[in-house]
Design a protein around this ligand. Structure first.
Ligand code: MG
Length: 235
């Protein structure tokens, strides 16, 4: 690795386990909405995916605008319950706000805070997320120079948008002076490598590397190990 100047981080499944958080946020937002419009039939996961696909067909921006997608789902329910378009807006806003609050009720993996704080003393730090969590919602937000979401760059990792935007935050920064850290072999590791960014795989559950076309990357399973891993590979 060349001398590293910037380290970027994925959030979901890299700093915390996202699945239980989303399931619980989803469930409680449904209860919250039903408090206004009465019991609803929410359908299965596959109904949800079909609805999402239909929305994306009508408006491709739903691919990267998960806020809009979520709002559209609440709006559909509210309209079906007999609200007018106009009257639905306020309730959609309330639901989304409620969801977003619950979505931030995450439990950070062990040693993330310590690692971020330590790395921030030697490197610039940034966030690159396909999700809609806001790092500034948490105390460690102060260690990050920036946070880039899919909405900001109108695309999802592994597309290049997030990575290019991160590089462009600084003058004279080269791609090989960046490390990106994330849990996803394609979205994070491949996405970064495609541009010549160094990638480190957060492999929290000790999976095997299955992407045969990509050389197995540097990896770690505990945030207490990251600083040493970077330093031992930084020239
Ligand atoms: Mg992730």
């Amino acid at each position: 690795m060349k001398k590293i100047k910037l380290i970027t981080f994925d959030l979901d499944d890299t700093f915390w386990d996202i699945n239980p958080v989303i399931i619980s946020a989803e469930r409680s937002t449904r209860d919250f909405l039903e408090g206004y419009i009465g019991k609803q039939e929410w359908g299965s996961m596959s109904d949800f995916l079909i609805f999402r696909k239909k929305l994306i067909e009508t408006d491709p921006s739903f691919e990267w605008d998960i806020k809009g997608l979520r709002r559209a789902i609440y709006q559909k329910k509210i309209l079906e319950a007999g609200y007018s378009q106009e009257n639905s807006e306020e309730l959609v806003n309330k639901c989304y706000k409620f969801f977003l609050k619950k979505r931030h009720e995450v439990t950070f993996y062990k040693n993330v805070f310590e690692a971020v704080e330590e790395l921030s003393t030697s490197y610039s730090l940034g966030v690159l997320t396909n999700g809609n969590a806001d790092i500034n919602h948490f105390g460690i937000g102060k260690h990050f120079d920036f946070s880039i979401s899919s909405y900001d760059v109108k695309s999802n990792k592994p597309e290049k948008g997030h990575f290019i935007a991160a590089k462009n935050k600084y003058d004279n920064l080269e791609y090989d002076e960046i490390i990106h850290i994330g849990d996803h072999p394609i979205n994070d590791v491949k996405g970064a490598l495609d541009l010549g960014i160094n990638a480190i795989w957060f492999n929290g559950s000790n999976e095997n590397w299955e992407e045969e076309s990509i050389k197995e990357p540097l990896q770690f399973d505990d945030w207490s190990k990251i600083t040493k891993l970077i330093e031992s590979n930084d020239e």
